[in-house]
Design a protein around this ligand. Structure first.
Ligand code: NAD
Length: 481
């Protein structure tokens, strides 16, 4: 039976549909096949790299402002396809349709903000102690960029890489997740309408295709979003090419509730940031650390709020959480929750598979809250990437900040307090790339995005920081005598 999406890789200006195929399915109804895609083998990836190298030369000569104009045309093309993209995202990834549409809009807003970077200063001038000398520091496009993306944001993450790559004058080859490639295929169709051939290419496939790309000849930079385990493999592969790296990896993000005038509002922020995209966001709040005086009230309110969340097929009206994206991931979330229970956590909500009428085989997991979690438990330390919130109590601010920082990750964090000194300590001491005071962990469209510790390697993406990865820096000494 024909699938709704049938695509091959975009190499040069042609879609290649030969070779072995892989299939995607709807996580709400796993027997429903959604997409059928031709895999790019190592030879196809090598061809794409050669084409990218040649196309990049011409593209780098297009003035940055003209490149931005073309990027904005691409954004228009994406916006025109917003309904189709949202449908593709919901069918393969599972999130509610309104959330999928919001993802498309955010991708466009970020790309527009990135297009504006074409008007930034392209360097700086320094004086020299040598008479008659001047020093210029300038930037050039890095060259050919390999972009590898995961399944949780099928359009936002690819666009977050393609927009800066293009505006800074690079050619880019995208390998989207094998679970959710439809959105990237629609993006490639939009790109084909407006960009010179070879400047943006798409290679479809699984880990082998991605590995061929990151280990391929002539890759100047690798931008990767995904798990720490895969990040490590890419770092090893890049040891040969010494390609520049920019990684956005996992997180174990916490919200610390130190004091609050309005616990209900505070917990609305926490629940929103924890359960959007069924918790499958790298910036999802996964731990909530509550000052002991608020602990009992927080437990009652969290159980009530999380118990009221509506789970269902993302195509249905009023659904707040869709299914988990694939079976293996579903099993890993379930095993993590069980490990928490085995180690002494108390279930306040969820912690079970949901069997929804007509959707019995879907990967639906009940939104879960675990209380009495201790900092040494696996659920308090390792990424779950699902609809699971662990609640921990602390006594002093010192203890709260120590628990916040005592994990391998360092992506994002939130702190709720009206005490200026406590807020100041959080801002100075939280070991995370992004810090939010008195709201959840949802980032804006133009500010640096990234993490420290095991959550990131290299330059942050989004905003001005992107130039550090997508361009190379050159220092020029002029003797005017
Ligand atoms: P993953 O690491 O399994 O896969 C990500 C991508 O890497 C896929 O396209 C996959 O095909 C590719 N890949 C697999 N093996 C490879 C190899 N050997 N070499 C090169 N590429 C390879 O991640 P996932 O399961 O798709 O996504 C979930 C993970 O992504 C979570 O850990 C999450 O925290 C992380 N994530 C992080 C951010 C962030 O911005 N920090 C955002 C979204 C997701």
């Amino acid at each position: 039976m024909k699938c709704e999406y049938e695509y091959g890789s975009l190499i040069g200006d042609a879609h290649e549909s030969g070779g072995p195929r892989f299939i995607t399915s709807n996580p709400a109804r796993p027997s429903q096949k959604v997409g059928s895609y031709a895999c790019a083998d190592a030879a196809a990836v090598d061809r794409a790299l050669g084409i990218a190298r040649r196309a990049q030369r011409g593209w780098s000569e297009v003035p940055a402002i003209e490149r931005a104009v073309l990027l904005l045309r691409l954004v228009e093309g994406v916006e025109k396809r917003a309904d189709d993209l949202a449908r593709a995202i919901t069918l393969e990834q599972g999130k509610p349709l309104a959330e999928a549409r919001g993802e498309v809009m955010k991708a466009c807003a970020e790309a527009r903000a990135m297009a504006a970077r074409a008007f930034d200063a392209q360097g700086s001038l320094l004086s020299s102690p040598r008479p008659g000398y001047r020093i210029g520091v300038m930037r050039r496009p890095r060259g050919v960029i390999a972009a590898i993306t995961p399944w949780n944001f099928p359009i936002l993450t690819p666009m977050r890489k393609i927009a800066p790559a293009l505006v800074f004058g690079n050619a880019v080859i995208l390998k989207p997740s094998e679970f959710t490639p439809a959105a990237a295929c629609l993006l490639a169709s939009a790109a084909r309408d407006v960009l010179p051939a070879g400047v943006f290419q798409l290679v479809l496939g699984q880990a082998e295709t991605a590995a061929a790309l990151v280990g391929g000849r002539g890759v100047d930079g690798i931008t990767f979003t995904g798990s720490v385990a895969t990040g490590r493999k890419i770092q090893v592969a890049a040891a040969t090419s010494l390609a520049e790296l920019s990684f956005e990896l996992g997180g174990k993000n916490a919200a610390v509730i130190h004091d609050t005038d309005d616990l209900e509002e505070t917990l609305d922020h926490v629940v929103g940031a924890a359960f959007m995209c069924a918790g499958q966001r790298c910036t999802a709040i996964s731990r909530v650390l509550v000052q002991r005086g608020l602990y009992d009230r927080a437990q009652e309110a969290l159980a009530r709020k999380v118990g009221a969340l509506v789970v269902g097929d993302g195509m249905g009206a009023g659904v707040q959480l869709g299914p988990l994206t694939h079976e293996r991931h579903y099993e890993s979330v379930q095993a993590m929750v069980q490990s928490g229970i085995d180690q002494g956590a108390r279930v306040l909500a969820g912690a079970k598979r949901l069997s929804l009428p007509g959707l019995e085989s879907g990967y639906f997991y009940a939104p879960t809250v675990l209380a009495d979690v201790r900092p040494d438990m696996t659920v308090a330390r390792e990424e779950i990437f699902g609809p699971v919130l662990s609640v921990l109590a602390y006594e002093s601010l010192d203890e709260g900040l120590a628990i916040l920082n005592d994990v391998d990750y360092g992506l994002t964090s939130a702190f709720f307090s009206n005490d200026a000194r406590a807020v100041e300590r959080f801002v100075n001491e939280s070991q995370n790339g992004m810090l939010h005071v008195n709201h959840g962990t949802v980032p804006d469209n133009h500010a640096p995005f990234g993490g420290i510790k095991h959550s990131g390697v290299g330059a942050y993406s989004v905003g001005a920081s992107a130039a550090n990865f997508y361009t190379t820096e050159h220092t020029v000494y002029w003797n005017h005598r």
